[in-house]
Design a protein around this ligand. Sequence first.
Ligand code: FE
Length: 202
Amino acid sequence: MQRLAPPRLADFVRRLEGHIEAFAPFDAAAPPAEFLNRAGKDLAHLVAADDWLPAADRVAGEEHYRQYLLYLDPEERFSVVSFVWGPGQKTPVHDHQVWGMVGVLQGAERCQSYHADAEGVRSIGGERRLTVGEVELLSPEQGDIHRVENAFDDRDSISIHVYGADIGRVRRWVFPLGQPKKPFISGYGNGPGNPPFLLKAS
Ligand code: FE
């Protein structure tokens, strides 16, 4: 089965390719601020409408949030993922190793930043709430360790995440409170009915 990208997603991918090429080469862990700002504006536009993401990419897990790979750049310079949060579902405290962006498509998320050092992790600043259409930018160089959760305990929320690699295969870290950090590879929840989108039929 092949799935062609909805025009709104295809448009986003083309614009992101343009920004990456405009700023190339750069370290995915230390993206230029202006690159992230421009890409973030395009992500805000992508999530400003909620009529393009198919039902198969909006299914929450029973116990844990799910991540569906929507698009992988053939050169693995970036991936676009839908995160679907069931009521009350949350991530552990984690890092990304590469730049990232989060845009809320449906519902709302709560985000808390953390700082990690030899003594462990501690929260930095207050919790932020991200609602529909809002975008958060992440740069490892600036500190990207965080925990994200559904702001609702009675309905699903969905966000579109973009990362500077094939994020489901990146070896990164989770930071369990009071314990040493642990290696983590997130994977994806796609099934045969929702393979990643293509820009053109192959
Ligand atoms: Fe994250």
